[in-house]
Design a protein around this ligand. Structure first.
Ligand SMILES: [Zn+2]
Length: 352
């Protein structure tokens, strides 16, 4: 059965009409930390080598409150697999990722999303790469359509024109499209469009949701959101990375640690970002602020873990299954206030 086979099931737009939608992302970083995926290439062969890990991670994110199971096809495109010498795995990785995601979406009643992303070949000055990019999107979107996805996410585009190609391919497949842009240190698209202009154009051309994902943390994505919300009539998406980016280091690639921190290649990105990780409370703070700014489609990108997703869900007023285990420090042996706790331990708390 495909994910959309149940006629009573609400689709993406119906869910967005009813309230915010939460989509957990950031699978590559989480699987890298768990020891099943290599940083650098960031290619999801894990769907073939350790499918049970991908299933478990999808389940963890749904348990934490994600409304969407997004197939792990990020970077499972022809160019990336060519670079790492695994072209022959292209179709099997895509189909397997979709099957794994579909099974979890079905068991959880979640939406199933396909995914295409930055091609790394698109070059505005070279029309041949536009055709090449389109071909890469077409094959991935066709596999997603065959699997019965509810919608396709086109994400992490630095070029608005590349995002437009993805949108056109998704629209031609007759599927809803969530299109999100990745914003570097300059708050414009790579060809120099304002984010408002880029998102307005994408919305005018039929994107169902537009917005921003990846690269920037909550503190440096939040200020960019009002201009996007004001520019479009469609729901706006915001999926920052959960890292403490700051105005003079607004992206997770530009973050620098203190001089003596042992980081490879002089930059914490991507494997030494741990000390910059946002707390769950910072994620909740962002969620509330982004919702107040008019955002309706929420999520977190590279670096997110289930506790971040749960915090986002709870900040949206939800109580996902994982909320059963949300903190209750009133029952802590030293810091607690609950009856029955030993007084001599509570009195010792400032000595801890
Ligand atoms: Zn990301």
């Amino acid at each position: 059965m495909t994910a959309s086979a149940d006629p009573g099931r609400q689709g993406l737009m119906e869910r967005l009409e009813a309230g915010p939608v939460l989509c957990a992302e950031g699978y590559l970083f989480e699987l890298e930390r768990r020891g099943y995926l290599q940083a650098g290439p960031f290619v999801p062969e894990v769907v073939l080598e350790h499918p049970e890990q991908v299933t478990a991670m999808h389940r963890d994110f749904v348990h934490a409150g994600s409304d969407v199971v997004e197939a792990l096809t990020y970077y499972a495109h022809r160019e990336k697999l060519r670079v790492v010498g695994k072209d022959d795995l292209l179709e099997s990785i895509n189909r397997q990722a979709l099957t794994i995601a579909r099974d979890v979406a079905n068991e959880a009643g979640a939406l199933l999303a396909g995914n295409v992303c930055n091609s790394n070949v698109y070059d505005p000055a070279n029309p041949g790469t536009h055709t090449q990019t389109r071909g890469m999107f077409e094959e991935q979107v066709a596999w997603a359509a065959e699997e019965g996805v509810d919608f396709v996410i086109g994400e992490t585009f630095r070029f608005a024109e590349e995002a437009r190609i993805a949108l056109d391919v998704i629209r031609r497949a007759d599927l809803p499209a969530v299109i999100t842009l990745a914003v570097g240190q300059t708050p414009k698209t790579r060809e120099g469009w304002s984010l408002a202009d880029a998102c307005r154009r994408l919305a005018d051309e039929g994107a169902d949701v537009v917005g921003l994902n990846c690269i920037r943390g909550p503190a440096t994505m939040l200020p960019l959101l009002p201009e996007v919300v004001a520019a479009v009539d469609v729901p706006v998406a915001a999926l920052p990375v959960p890292y403490r980016t700051v105005p003079d280091q607004p992206t997770f690639q530009s973050l620098r640690d203190h001089d003596t921190a042992p980081v490879p290649n002089g930059r914490p990105f991507p494997t030494a970002l741990d000390p910059f990780t946002c707390t769950r409370y910072e994620v909740a703070q962002f969620t509330v602020a982004a919702q107040a700014a008019g955002v309706r489609y929420f999520g977190l990108c590279c670096g997110a873990a289930p506790h971040h997703v749960r915090s986002m869900a709870e900040a949206l007023g939800r109580t996902p299954q994982a909320s059963r285990y949300s903190d209750d420090m009133s029952r802590h042996a030293f810091f607690g206030t609950a009856p029955g706790l030993a007084t001599h331990n509570r009195e010792y708390r400032e000595q801890l």
